[in-house]
Ligand binder design. Structure first.
Ligand SMILES: Nc1nc2c(ncn2[C@@H]2O[C@H](COP(=O)(O)OP(=O)(O)OP(=O)(O)O)[C@@H](O)[C@H]2O)c(=O)[nH]1
Ligand SMILES: [Mg+2]
Length: 308
């Protein structure tokens, strides 16, 4: 496209520009964060094959010459509310519903169950809802239709759009549908801004992603990451972060034999952070214990899990 044709279509200064908020909600592990990253074209929100990866609301901003779409990625809504952190996560997911222009509910086409049905039923009062049937790469075309029929019985009269966030299938069509719900308005964020989260937060999340992907069983749920120092020097970014766990025995597992596990986590995280900040990174990691932090409101607040 020539620069002239770009400016011809640029609606930013006109009253035809659209700007709005779109929530991505759903059961854990349905691909909300993968979808947001794919739609924005940047990895802003961490992903993992296990449920309950996302813990906070994370905004991802997509700006074009016709619209600015502010996505809100949310933690997966789950029934187990035993601990304070679970209640925090569910609150972070459901508190957005009344403040957005469109709710996109993510469903995993290969794993639709009662938990999804419950979420869909709770959305009956909302009319601005699109059902995004993700992971269509995991089922045959013939299997898709009966599933769409079953889903549309639970929450009728809403568009159901099959996509594959992982393979970027049907995302242009999804974006066209989303755009129809964006109200007219001027952009809320500068063109080049991708998220509202500070770099320290994104760095802590990258480290947590590596831990989530490497560690097994319950350990990923017993840890949180806090970046204590983030200093930009001329040729280097110096970062120091703490990994907080709930028990002394967990600390040993994260450090690993001869410190091997911590070293692996550190170099995997460093590589991603270097790509993000486009600079060399010196990353120091510490493992610390705070007993039962995930069920203690004061610890949660200290680690950044405060009211959203
Ligand atoms: N096959 C396939 N896998 C996908 C697709 N989208 C996401 N995934 C995988 O599903 C898993 C979960 O993805 P996430 O994006 O972390 O899911 P989420 O809904 O954000 O999960 P929570 O944050 O835990 O609620 C990851 O292993 C992704 O690679 C898809 O379209 N097809
Ligand atoms: Mg997520």
């Amino acid at each position: 496209m020539s620069p002239a044709s770009i400016s011809n279509q640029d609606h930013r200064a006109t009253d035809r520009y659209q700007c709005g908020y779109v929530a991505l909600i759903g059961k854990p592990n349905t691909g909300k964060s993968t979808l947001m990253n794919a739609l924005i074209g940047e990895k802003l929100s961490i992903t993992a094959h296990r449920p309950q990866t996302t813990r906070h609301q994370i905004i991802g901003i997509k700006t074009t010459d016709r619209y600015q779409c502010v996505f809100v990625d949310t933690p997966g809504i789950h029934q187990d509310q035993k601990k304070a952190i679970n209640r925090y996560m569910n609150r972070a997911a459901t508190s957005v519903l009344d403040d957005v222009d469109l709710i996109c509910v993510l469903l995993d086409v290969a794993n639709f169950n009662q938990d999804d049905e419950q979420i869909l039923k709770s959305l009956k009062p909302y009319s601005r809802v699109i059902l995004v049937l993700n992971k269509m790469d995991r089922v045959s075309k013939q299997a898709l239709l009966p599933r769409i029929e079953r889903i549309s019985k639970v929450l009728p009269d809403r568009d159901i759009i099959p996509v594959s966030a992982l393979n970027r299938e049907n995302l242009d069509y999804l974006m066209e549908q989303i755009q129809q719900y964006l109200p007219q308005g001027i952009p809320l964020y500068p063109d080049d801004q991708l998220t509202d989260k500070p770099m320290r937060f994104i760095v802590a999340e990258i480290i947590r992603e590596k831990l989530f992907r490497r560690l097994t069983a319950e350990l990923p749920y017993a840890l949180t990451v806090n970046v204590e120092h983030y200093k930009v020097e001329p040729d280097l970014v110096r970062i120091s972060a703490s990994i907080w766990v709930e028990r002394k025995s967990q600390k040993g597992i994260i450090i690993g034999q001869g410190g091997r596990m911590l070293k692996t986590i550190g170099s995997e995280a460093r590589r991603d952070i270097e790509a993000l900040v486009d600079n060399k990174v010196y990353l120091q990691l510490w493992v610390k214990v705070r007993e039962d932090w995930s069920d203690d409101e004061r610890s949660l607040a200290a680690f950044g899990y405060s009211a959203e």
